[in-house]
Design a protein around this ligand. Structure first.
Ligand code: AKG
Length: 342
């Protein structure tokens, strides 16, 4: 039985930990920059300085960007509709596959859900709506226009509850604008993030540096090791700002980032995240063959839909997965076993 099958049968059981590469440099873990309270960031009322900071540092922070009430509505909807759905299958960021929840020891969802815009409308309508309301909020659009001079198209979204300890990476190795390096990532704190919760980290100015060996497959252990080596031993400092509910962090697709290991498992690190490209630029996958052209609109923002429903068979599969997850899980297990036996 492989790991996926174990997951499908016993969703509540934390899967055997895959080796996750953490950041052993003690200054990164013990005293990540950003723990201090003074903010150096230009605000949106200073658009030129705002853009200049972003271009120089590769990231920027906007305090109180999204009303806390909107974030809370998203968190509440997640807890009501999604967290306790032990049978449901959700697309995951780490594997790119549809998997059931894995819970942390404190009962948080360990692996983030990918692409809220593709969630089945019947079952998860409240969470989908609330999450998309956060990641398309007008302040995010204003910030995107300040950084690029034009409106943005949202091409990817995620929701984090617990911490998967995201490996250090550049987004642009996976997905980017057709013009390399011009996609922008968006991380909205959906609650006050406890310093020990496994904070989001960014390596300022890393978007302008080369990391040896990074040209390889970004899903390979070798890539993850080299990126971690760079964060640990490289010339740049790691920054993990304290974020409160509604704070917004934006970064360019070539800046290195990830999440610190969780120091205290009692804390969640709830956040809605998204990736945006300029409306005038298509997006591209660097790790997938096909890219979806389908979109919807939320808060006047174009949001790309990724549901794989190009044939009748795929639509039936998606329907069964959404409406009869027990049947889908059993069928999937049987199918996998048959393939193993063949
Ligand atoms: O918050 C995290 O763990 C990582 C998020 C991330 O890598 C992203 O949104 O691109």
């Amino acid at each position: 039985m492989d790991m996926q099958e174990k997951l499908a049968i016993r969703p509540e059981t934390a899967r055997a930990e895959q080796p996750v590469i953490i950041l052993p440099r003690s200054t990164v873990l013990d005293r990540p920059r950003g723990a201090e309270s003074e903010d150096p960031y230009p605000t949106l009322d200073q658009p030129q300085e705002f853009r200049a900071w972003f271009e120089r540092e590769g990231y920027i922070l906007v305090r109180n960007a999204v009303p806390p009430r909107l974030c809370q509505t998203g968190v509440d909807a997640f807890r009501q509709e999604v967290l306790h759905d032990r049978l449901g299958f959700f697309e995951r960021h780490a594997s790119g596959k549809f998997e059931r929840h894995v819970y942390t020891e404190a009962g948080f969802m360990k692996y983030p859900i990918m692409n809220l815009q593709d969630l089945p409308l019947k079952k998860h309508a409240g969470f989908r709506r609330a999450g998309l309301n956060v990641v398309t909020h007008p302040t995010i659009q204003r910030a995107f226009i300040a950084l690029t001079g034009e409106p943005g198209r949202c091409i990817h979204t995620m929701y984090f509850d617990g911490n998967q300890t995201t490996w250090a990476h550049r987004d642009g190795h996976y997905i980017d604008s057709s013009s390399d390096g011009q996609m922008i990532g968006v991380w909205v704190a959906a609650e006050d993030i406890h310093p020990d919760a496994g904070r989001f980290f960014v390596v300022p100015q890393s978007h302008r540096m080369k990391v040896p060996g990074e040209e390889g497959d970004p899903n390979s252990p070798g890539y993850k090791r080299l990126m971690a080596d760079f964060v640990r031993d490289g010339p740049l400092d790691c920054l993990a700002p304290r974020l409160r509910q509604g704070d917004l962090l934006m970064w360019t697709s070539m800046v290195i980032h990830g999440s610190l290991p969780t120091a205290d498992q009692r804390h969640s690190r709830r956040s809605f995240t998204a990736h945006y490209v300029r409306e005038s630029q298509p997006y591209k996958w660097n790790v997938r063959a096909d890219k979806s052209q389908k979109t919807t609109r939320v808060n006047r923002v174009e949001v790309v839909l990724h549901a794989d429903d190009a044939s009748l068979a795929k639509r039936v599969r998606n329907h069964v997965r959404a409406e009869w997850p027990r049947v889908y899980g059993t069928a999937r297990d049987v199918w996998k076993r048959m393939r193993l036996d063949a």
